[in-house]
Design a protein around this ligand. Structure first.
Ligand code: UDP
Ligand code: MG
Length: 323
């Protein structure tokens, strides 16, 4: 009540949506129940990431009944990272909160995020408290990913951190300066730094539909993370090359000296051509691995150099007045 005379702070809620027709109405109902009780103004931005079901229709429905709802409709599926980026690019809030539409990120935690923000945090990160058993492969993968990323980058990425986060306006403005199209939104936010705090929460069960993140999609995302955040994989090829040249050089020298200086050499039961074959195959493997890594970087450079737009919008409804 005492806020009546003051301009309320505006908070943007950003929701990436891909085939969530069964979740949107429910999600929005739950969201409203929470935000209506808070002393802030809100805008809710749904980014329809090329859904092939009736998600857009559902979004239009909620937007018809709630003037705080804005939406952006992509021309096709660009992926969650891009969808959240687009939401951040287009939001007007003094802070924004990114949240999944499938109710796995509990809307009831929004007040906690805002409290931490008011307490001076510029980035508030939701940390997942544990996995359900069926996500075993994802768990191992994510553990590995953070182990590797930790050892090859020089900024801190927190394990089990999710995309459920709040960022302050200063962070939003800095985030909007990133140009890369191959991106991992949460890694970029982590890269930015700023004052952070954490909220630990249990990831809920997906309400309807199924997860869009298959093992391979996550694997691609992880590879992208490595490549865009570190040069170590690229250098690895070089290190491997040096190690192999040194060992095979020593080995070759040993053969030459023992064979031509002493007239014989010990090489087990393998014939010369068998040894040669093994060695060749081994080296070919290494070369292929190195080429693969280099290709990843080149693909990344290619994507950034041609400078395609990050996303294409079919239609958007973004009335700009602050209420
Ligand atoms: N999502 C999206 N584009 C995609 C895949 C997913 O916008 O290509 C959205 C999806 O609608 C949901 C959120 O991103 O709101 C998280 O997706 P999902 O539940 O599939 O991922 P998981 O919870 O398994 O990490
Ligand atoms: Mg989910």
């Amino acid at each position: 009540m005492q806020n009546k005379m003051l301009q309320k702070k505006l908070v943007s809620i950003i929701v990436p949506v891909y085939n969530e027709e069964k979740n949107i109405a429910l999600f929005h109902k739950k969201l409203i129940r929470v935000i209506d009780s808070l002393g802030y103004s809100f805008e809710v931005i749904y980014v329809n990431d090329g859904s092939s079901d009736k998600s857009l229709l559902e979004i239009e429905k909620v937007s018809g009944s709630d003037s705080r709802v804005k939406y952006i409709d992509f021309s096709r599926n660009f992926g969650k990272e891009i969808a959240t980026t687009c939401g951040i690019n287009n939001c007007q809030g003094d802070a924004c909160i990114m949240i999944d539409a499938d109710l796995q990120h509990s809307v009831e935690l929004i007040p906690d995020f805002l409290k931490k923000w008011e307490g001076g945090s510029e980035v508030v990160i939701g940390i997942r408290k544990g996995y359900r058993r069926e996500d075993f492969v994802k768990k191992i993968g994510s553990m590995l990913f953070y182990k590797i990323i930790r050892s090859i980058t020089d900024f801190e990425m927190i394990p089990n951190a999710t995309d459920f986060r709040l960022i302050d306006r200063i962070v939003i403005d800095e985030f909007n300066r990133f140009k890369e199209t191959n991106r991992m939104t949460r890694a970029l936010i982590d890269w930015l730094g700023f004052r952070r705090s954490y909220i630990y929460f249990e990831v809920g069960v997906r309400q309807n539909g199924k997860s869009n993140y298959t093992f391979w999609k996550l694997f691609r995302l992880a590879m992208n993370g490595f490549v865009s955040l570190s040069f170590l994989p690229l250098k690895l090829a070089g290190y491997l090359g040096i190690a192999i040249t040194l060992t095979s050089g020593t080995f070759g020298l040993y053969i030459l000296i023992s064979k031509y200086l002493f007239g014989s050499y010990f090489a087990g039961d393998f014939t010369g051509s068998e040894q040669l074959a093994v060695l060749t195959v081994f080296l070919v493997g290494i070369i292929l691995v190195s080429l693969g890594l280099i290709a990843l970087y080149i693909a990344n450079i290619h994507d950034e150099v041609i400078g395609r737009p990050m996303y294409v919008v079919r239609r958007k409804k973004l009335n700009s007045e602050k209420s």
